[in-house]
Design a protein around this ligand. Structure first.
Ligand code: LLP
Length: 418
């Protein structure tokens, strides 16, 4: 089901024509559907509830807009955060500190202290030293920091190398072979309530097989830790479920993931924690753009749009595919390359792709841009920071302003000795 569909030949976000948003807000602009966010949040919860007692922490990095976080808070989600900035967003959006999980391989002492000050629900430790530092900080305040140890299960997630996190060569977690010894040393520390383990093997996973392999390994580790007398009450299974970017892609559903989790974890007797990002946000947003020129070339023509790699970095970074669809559809098709105005050949969204026929001034969308879209935007080439709009039925709100290049320039100084 999709909330970005044509009505009378014009693409709408729910009941709002995208032509109206382009006219009133300008382009490029991210457009989100509240209905899709809520449907995905519900479907994920229902899927995982098959496995028993759960805690859901939306991975804020996927889309940290405050309005999106408010939706997720209203849907009963906590947050998976990886910086103090993300933690402040989660709190500002109304998420309860106890529902916040702090992940990340490079948490600073300042960030650990900020987490303790806020009373967050769990720290996901990435190395032994982080655990001893956190324990000392917490003990000094008379606190016991709830924590789990992130383990690297050495599983090939079968995804793009840049978003694979669970192989031994990746920087994340402690080696599974070292996990028991580290747990033995950290668990007795006064300032820590070391209550379990965590994994996250990568993002945009297309198959459940690597996840199952990782969960089985972590299940064996839980059994071993318990055999040594450790109390294990929480296992964080991370995020990673992929979404279809191409129209004919087929991906496992949250219900299928939940059924597998229920089968693999049935004897664990723990609270299972999840950190979904993309599967919630990906298809809840599009990037609305305007065609500037259609430039003839020796080969396929270049469709030059007003969105660029600074607005949507995924194609340049991961060779990602985002479906390109004209807002006003004629049914005619053409083969073209699609690129933005930034002065790099990497600023190319598609090569040799069959698309709807477009001309200068036409509007189009890049689909499946709700996750890792606006959040990864920059002002490269002194372009404005892309705005965001949230649609709800037949109304919409601008939920992030366009930040003009002049505003960014306003934060710069030329010292008087120049
Ligand atoms: N938990 C941890 C510890 C993570 O590192 C991540 C994502 C997630 C949860 C959420 O994963 P998801 O459910 O969204 O797959 N910028 C890249 C994706 C980077 C993912 C980083 N970690 C992209 O655009 O594909």
């Amino acid at each position: 089901m999709d909330d970005f569909a044509p009505k009378n030949g014009v693409l709408h976000a729910e009941d709002v024509p995208l032509t109206r948003i382009a006219e009133e807000v300008g382009t490029p602009v991210y457009v989100y559907s509240r209905r899709t966010f809520e449907r995905h949040a519900r479907a994920f919860r229902e899927g995982m509830e098959q496995a028993g007692k759960i805690h859901l922490a939306y991975a804020i990095k996927a889309n940290p807009n405050l309005a999106v976080l408010r939706i997720m808070a209203n849907m009963g989600y906590g947050a998976d955060v990886v910086s103090v900035g993300e933690m402040r967003r989660a709190l500002a959006a109304g998420m309860k500190p106890a529902d916040i999980v702090f992940s990340g391989v490079g948490k600073t002492v300042m960030e650990l202290e900020a987490g303790l000050d806020a009373g967050i629900g769990q720290f996901n430790l990435e190395l032994e030293e982080e655990g001893s530092v956190l324990a000392a900080l917490a003990a000094k305040r008379g606190q016991r920091a709830p924590a789990v140890l992130r383990v690297n299960p050495d599983v090939d997630a079968g995804t793009h190398a840049k978003i694979s996190t669970g192989k031994a060569e990746n920087k994340f977690g402690v080696a599974i072979s070292d996990a028991v010894a580290i747990f033995d040393r950290l668990a007795p520390l006064d300032g820590l309530d070391l209550r379990g383990v965590a994994i996250h093997i990568g993002s945009q996973l297309q198959s459940l097989a690597p996840l199952e392999q990782a969960y089985v390994r972590i299940g064996e580790l839980v059994a071993e830790l318990r055999a040594r007398g450790h109390r294990i009450t929480h296992v964080d299974l991370g995020g990673g479920l992929g979404v279809p970017y191409r129209p004919d892609d087929v991906f496992p559903s949250p219900a299928e993931l939940g059924a597998m989790v229920a089968r693999v974890t049935k004897d664990w007797g723990v609270t299972l924690m999840f950190e979904p990002g993309r599967v919630i946000a990906g298809n809840a947003g599009v990037l609305l753009t305007k065609v500037i020129w259609v430039k003839p070339a020796v080969g396929d023509p270049w469709v030059i749009v007003d969105a660029a790699m600074n607005d949507l970095a995924r194609p340049a970074l991961y060779d990602a595919f985002h479906d390109f669809v004209a807002v006003e559809q004629t049914g005619e098709r053409m083969v073209a390359n699609i690129a933005g105005p930034v002065c790099e050949s990497g600023d190319t969204f598609a090569k040799n792709r069959e698309i709807d026929v477009v001309e200068s001034g036409d509007l189009a969308i890049f689909r499946t841009a709700g996750a890792y879209g606006a959040t990864m935007a920059s002002t490269y080439n002194s372009r404005a920071l892309v705005p965001e709009v949230l649609v709800d039925g037949d109304r919409y709100a601008v939920v992030a302003d366009r930040i003009a290049a002049e505003t960014v320039m306003g934060a710069e100084r030329v010292p008087d000795w120049l």
